[in-house]
Design a protein around this ligand. Structure first.
Ligand SMILES: Nc1ncnc2c1ncn2[C@@H]1O[C@H](COP(=O)(O)OP(=O)(O)O)[C@@H](O)[C@H]1O
Ligand SMILES: [Mg+2]
Length: 295
């Protein structure tokens, strides 16, 4: 299946800043593609260029195999972070107004239901809470039944329940065959939602692949954390290489957790109080850059 989106050698300079430094990637239809990276990595700039809001300094973008035309806007939905809504309109009036801008709008009831807006459908835009405004912004992004949906840090500022709801909607959109491109600096969100990820740092893509591939390739080994008190023998006598994490804890890096645990049990080490850490996308980022994602 040919990609729905191809990004080729994209660059963007702002006066003194090189925000995007020649990145390329492609996105298969029907997946959730994540741009993951810390603040300032160039995620929003990349998204805005693909959305045709910003002009690139150089590079090419193909949608469905061809350069984007004016019809592109009928096919894409963008969840804006700050759109000026007309204060005196209600939620449903706002949706109806936006729906009129498109040839094939979704049914309003369907959108209201999906984005959990029925209780506030008559409420004025200026009386909405932050989370409610965000739900309306998502609804506006979906009002034209887009084939390609852009979500720029969609869960930033959401409470845990709204975040779960958003994740449910993303999975539903995917199951309908729509493609999503989202940015996040939450590795948990990326791991849960994304089929493919490009990790960005300082304007470049430093690694890409499925979450599982990235973790396998760059995440490092599993760690068994063992209280020092459990281990009466000298470290060298252990069947596995162990090092001190701090005064109270030993860390043992193993390929396979069960083999590591078996080896410890075989030499009579008490496993009470141990914990196990399997590598995640945060470790991938740490290994690749020496920094934490949230720093
Ligand atoms: N309009 C602009 N003018 C100048 N610099 C900008 C502009 N927009 C973004 N930048 C800079 O480009 C870099 C990437 O920003 P951005 O794409 O917003 O990153 P992210 O979304 O990953 O946090 C940052 O250094 C940012 O300060
Ligand atoms: Mg951003």
């Amino acid at each position: 299946m040919h990609p729905i989106l191809e990004v080729i050698h994209l660059r963007k300079h702002f006066s003194t800043v090189e925000a995007v430094r020649g990145i390329s990637f492609s996105v298969r239809p029907g997946i959730c593609f994540g741009l993951l990276g810390p603040n300032g990595a160039g995620k929003t700039t990349t998204l805005e260029i693909i959305e045709d809001i910003l002009k690139p300094t150089s590079g090419e973008i193909f949608f469905d195999g061809s350069p984007r035309t004016n019809a592109f806007r009928e096919d894409v939905g963008i969840q804006f972070q700050h759109t000026s809504l007309l204060n005196f309109l209600s939620v449903e009036e706002t949706l109806a107004t936006f729906a009129r801008l498109y040839h094939r709008p979704a049914g309003l009831e369907e959108i209201i239901e999906r984005c959990d807006l029925s209780e506030i459908r008559k409420r004025r835009n200026d009386r909405l809470s932050g989370g409610q405004t965000q739900r309306l912004m998502l609804a506006l992004a979906l009002v034209n039944r887009p084939r390609l949906v852009f979500l720029d840090e969609p869960s930033t500022g959401l409470d845990p329940q709204s975040r779960r709801n958003l994740w449910k909607i993303v999975l539903e959109l995917k199951s309908e065959g729509r493609t999503l491109i989202l940015t996040t600096h939450s590795m948990e969100e990326a791991e849960y939602l994304c089929d493919e990820i490009a990790i960005m740092d300082q304007g470049t893509i430093i690694a890409s692949g499925s979450p599982a591939e990235l973790i396998k390739r760059h995440g490092g080994l599993n760690s068994i954390l063992l209280p020092c008190a459990n281990c009466s023998c000298p470290l060298e006598a252990l069947p596995l290489a162990a090092e001190k994490l701090d005064d109270d804890t030993l860390v043992i890096h193993v390929e396979e957790i069960h083999q590591g645990l078996n080896a410890l049990m075989e030499c009579g080490i008490d496993l009470q109080g141990i914990s196990i850490h399997s590598p995640n996308l945060e470790d991938v980022f740490l290994h690749l850059t020496g920094k934490r994602l949230r720093e």
